[in-house]
Design a protein around this ligand. Sequence first.
Ligand SMILES: Nc1nc2c(ncn2[C@@H]2O[C@H](COP(=O)(O)OP(=O)(O)OP(=O)(O)O)[C@@H](O)[C@H]2O)c(=O)[nH]1
Ligand SMILES: [Mg+2]
Ligand SMILES: [Zn+2]
Length: 385
Amino acid sequence: MHPLQPWGWDAAWERAAASLSDLANTTRTLVRILEVRRDGLVAADAHVNDAPVTDAHVNDSHPNDARAERGDLAVTVPGRFRHDAESNDDFPAAGDFAFVDPVPNERKAVLRALLPRRSVLVRRFAGRKRAEGARDADLQVIVANVDHVFVLSSLDADFSPRRIERFLAQVWEGGAQPVVVLTKADLCGDVASRVAEAEAASPGVPVIAVAAARGEGLDRLAPFLREGKTSALVGSSGVGKSTLLNALFGRDVQLVRAMREHDQTGQHTTTSRRLFLVPGRGVVIDTPGMRELGLWHAGDGVSETFHDVEELGGACRFRDCTHRTEPGCAVAEAVAAGALDEERVAAWRHLQRELAFQESKERKRVRKLRGDTRRPDEGAGGGDE
Ligand SMILES: Nc1nc2c(ncn2[C@@H]2O[C@H](COP(=O)(O)OP(=O)(O)OP(=O)(O)O)[C@@H](O)[C@H]2O)c(=O)[nH]1
Ligand SMILES: [Mg+2]
Ligand SMILES: [Zn+2]
């Protein structure tokens, strides 16, 4: 068995690594990046020592311990990975597989190249806020190479089908499979109708209600949490991502917000993205709370999320119908007949507008990137389009 197999390594990754033949011949060490920190990366490695990596990341010390655990490899990132100011697509993210050059006799290595990503979750920064690790980038790859993204939404006052729709559009676009998880079911008097609302907002996506603090509903997540697969937990701060991870683990590996604190303090209990190897359940990535991922090049994702609106729209008289006041509008007819929620059409329209704006920006960026010859390890990084 390949030592990285529990971390998601498979035959397709083997081929991807082999195709980077110059690196495969000179550099023999492959890693999966577990966490991105200000001072470097924490990785699980395949070749540095002979011990199986299966229990490399089980944290026997204090949860959220700042020190690297025994078995983890500390990887430094050479400056050339930060050079591209337009976009930090090439900057390593939690979940990336990479080649590294080990430092002899130390649990340290230097990043060499990333393997092309299979899927990404990208976050867009509004205005001038910067992504970690990049000088000016307004984009950040939050996690790479995930099979399932659990979009968590709590069944309390903050419940919002519209927010679920926006998360789903991003997940589809990034190439992962979404699963909607409604948390804190114990706090909700009418779980069934909330589930129905969430299902209406996410056609074709499983919707699962859980009360992770009581261990309820976790077995329904099992089909997605398989060995060798990677899942990420996303959602607003306080929805219960870390509580769910701890419940899956069967013990506390991540800190959870103290009970009495309010969710509205703006404080995040989890502060970085991190991969955990959960025995029998594959790899699970906990993330700090995000209300939104922002929308970036999410065209296909919008179509998936709103395929009911778009399917009906195919029967409208005009091809570019905005489903407002146009004659012969099949969507307006469906709304009038009570077959389609009007808010859903408004949400679709809102995303369409944002999308048009993003796409014009992105076309400029792609043109610029094409002419950019400074990029290190051409062909080894990025790979998401
Ligand atoms: N009643 C109830 N409370 C829960 C449940 N799951 C989580 N909580 C509570 O919700 C609060 C936030 O939980 P966390 O797991 O820290 O939330 P998080 O999503 O990891 O938050 P960030 O790390 O800030 O993004 C804690 O006080 C938990 O005890 C649940 O199933 N039922
Ligand atoms: Mg957390
Ligand atoms: Zn129409």
